[in-house]
Design a protein around this ligand. Sequence first.
Ligand code: DQA
Length: 145
Amino acid sequence: MKILVINGPNLNLLGLREPEIYGTATYDELCRAIREHARRLGVTVDIYQSNHEGDLVNQIQAAYGQVDGLILNPAAYTHTSIALLDALQAVQIPAVEVHLSDVNSREPFRRVSYIRPACLATIAGHGIHGYLEAMDLLVRREEQA
Ligand code: DQA
């Protein structure tokens, strides 16, 4: 099984960025935790990050026929991007939405997710562990298929 993790803008600044909200782990530490969990699960994982909406769309399009599951934290584009929703609906790859913080208990604009309708589940507020839970979910789903 192959999983692609796609991270949006400013997630490269993890550790530095509002640690009281996003935690003190760096982006490298997030990537390491994802890779270690992939090894434990026996799945292949690729991790991509961009600050540009079009690059995220390109990655989703390029994943068509190449990966079995997507994990997306589109960061601020979660709350604005119809383009990401359209890309997910086009490729129809099983996808899980992840947010480090509990977006539902923050500003009202963060409660809106344009990508949610195209995702199997949303995991928010579990920090880095949320990505690992998303991997577990995709693997379980594949085993049940
Ligand atoms: C985020 C939540 C978003 O509202 C925010 O714009 C981010 C990160 C999270 O992981 O908690 O950049 O997606």
